[in-house]
Design a protein around this ligand. Structure first.
Ligand code: LLP
Length: 464
């Protein structure tokens, strides 16, 4: 008999979303919305038995739940429709996970996309993303990348003077280049130092004291069509206050731009809404975040007597983070009496560099033992030759054995996209699960893939 998520929660497996909640906000759960424990007491996602997926596709394996990703896309769009009387657009910050299938899903949900490199731009175009919904970011775009973006017809989010001046020269007379200006709002938020971007000491965007000069410059160059202003204050943010403050700052910029005769029609508020990585995390829902932003913009526009701009948000993590888990196979264990037990998995910092980079904390379950009591606190170690390669420092798990399937939760954002080949590990495969079907969306790399770009100069050939 299939136990319901609610029964699972009642029996102490608190990671499953409570199915009784209408329209749950995916970022508030550790597991994808379709997660269940099935009759074999296995974890099931998108109607697929996770140990069976592992048998078929191997490990490490990213398992992406289509329903959860689509639910998050819809919640963002619906929340804007409910709370904003003007036009709005949600664009997916694809640095969280950029690949053809993910781009195609978000495009089919009516979202636009934020890309930050020629590679992300190329992938989004190949996935069929309409260029008019594409926004190209970056603090050091190459001339080649700028040409690619201009030719594609997407909006370029200009970050600095060098880029601004280069664009005036690159724009051909007949069709102005559509740009947005990225500004640094000087707003502090509570998140890891490396993922904070809106404070004054940031490498991104024009400083507020440059605003007049920038607006004047843009107003004197008709080959640039400045359609909007952009700011992003940071990532994995739980308080709503910082974004509420940002709305006031950005509308103030709008009124300043109006003095230069610039008709700026769009405001892009960035992304940043946090997700749950542990049961202690308590992020606001997608709707609550959107509501605060919409109300802030509406109120500030009323105060400044400005027409409502098209309002854009560019979430990444909160769209895809909770939609994915990573499955590993448990291997060796090292028991250090009275100190610690290390349970080793067949991946680690190459498929999830977040613990070693940001000291991020994750939670795990044993997918083939969902009914077994949680009796051990162990360190889940990766297989890389690096002591710091610890996936989870303290994981509460049932007694594990070699061959068990360990599933780390909430790995949809900034895992695959930041994966590397450290120690020459092939990057994992990714499968998309939906209604009991699993489709490969990223193939597992092979050893041949690892040497594909290597070149062996002829004079070294005799060594083979
Ligand atoms: N817009 C801009 C301009 C950004 O720089 C970012 C993230 C986003 C939107 C999306 O933010 P989100 O909704 O995902 O919080 N690698 C780090 C996160 C870096 C975020 C960079 N910018 C991590 O793994 O936590």
């Amino acid at each position: 008999m299939v136990s319901t998520p609610a029964q699972a929660v009642a029996s102490g497996r608190q990671y499953l979303p409570a199915f009784t909640i209408d329209n749950p906000s995916p970022n508030q759960y550790l597991l994808p919305l379709t997660a269940q424990v099935n009759g074999q007491e296995h974890l099931e996602i998108g109607g697929c038995d996770v140990p069976a997926l592992v048998q078929r596709f191997g490990t490490p394996l990213y398992i992406l739940d289509e329903a959860t990703l689509r639910a998050a896309c819809r919640q963002y769009r619906q929340a804007f429709q409910t709370h904003y009387p003007g036009e709005s657009l949600v664009i997916y910050a694809s640095k969280a996970w950029n690949c053809l299938a993910v781009c195609a899903i978000v495009a089919s949900e009516g979202l636009g996309i934020d890309v930050v490199s020629g590679g992300e731009l190329y992938t989004a175009l190949q996935a069929g993303m309409p260029p008019e919904t594409m926004y190209f970011h970056g603090n050091n775009k190459s001339v080649e990348e700028l040409h690619l973006a201009i030719d594609a017809g997407c909006t370029i989010v200009v970050d600095n003077w060098l880029e601004l001046k280069a664009l005036t020269e690159m724009a051909s007379g007949d069709r102005p280049v559509q740009i947005m200006l990225r500004l640094t709002p000087g707003i502090e938020c509570h998140t890891h130092e490396y993922i904070r971007t809106g404070h004054l000491d940031s490498k991104f965007g024009f400083d507020p004291d440059q605003l007049d000069r920038v607006f004047q410059f843009v107003s004197q160059h008709p080959q640039l069509d400045c359609i909007g202003l952009h700011a992003h204050i940071g990532s994995q943010i739980f308080e709503l206050q910082a974004h509420q403050d940002l709305t006031g700052v950005m509308v103030q910029w709008l009124s300043q731009a109006a003095q230069y005769g610039l008709s700026i029609r769009e405001l892009d508020i960035g992304g940043g809404l946090g997700i749950c990585y542990t049961e202690a995390d308590d992020p606001p829902s997608i709707e609550a975040w959107v509501q605060v932003i919409c109300e802030g913009i509406v109120q500030a526009c009323r105060e400044h007597q400005l027409a409502l701009p098209k309002l854009i948000a560019e979430p990444g993590r909160s769209l895809i983070g909770s939609a994915c888990v990573t499955a590993y196979t448990v291997g060796s264990q090292k028991v250090i009496p009275d100190l610690r037990t290390y349970v080793t998995v067949d991946g680690g910092m190459s498929d999830n560099p977040r613990p070693i980079t940001y000291q991020s904390v994750y939670r795990a379950v044993i997918a083939n033992q969902m009914a077994k009591p949680l009796t051990e606190t162990v360190a889940v170690a990766g297989k890389h030759c690096e002591s710091g390669d610890i996936v989870i420092k303290q994981a509460l798990l049932p007694k594990t054995e070699s061959g068990d399937v360990l599933v780390v939760m909430a790995t949809g954002a900034y895992n695959y996209s930041m994966a590397s080949n450290y120690n020459r590990l092939p990057r994992p495969a990714a499968v998309l699960v939906h209604a009991g079907e699993a489709s490969l969306i990223v193939q597992r790399e092979t050893y041949q893939d690892l040497i594909r770009q290597d070149c062996l100069p002829e004079r070294l050939l005799h060594n083979r």
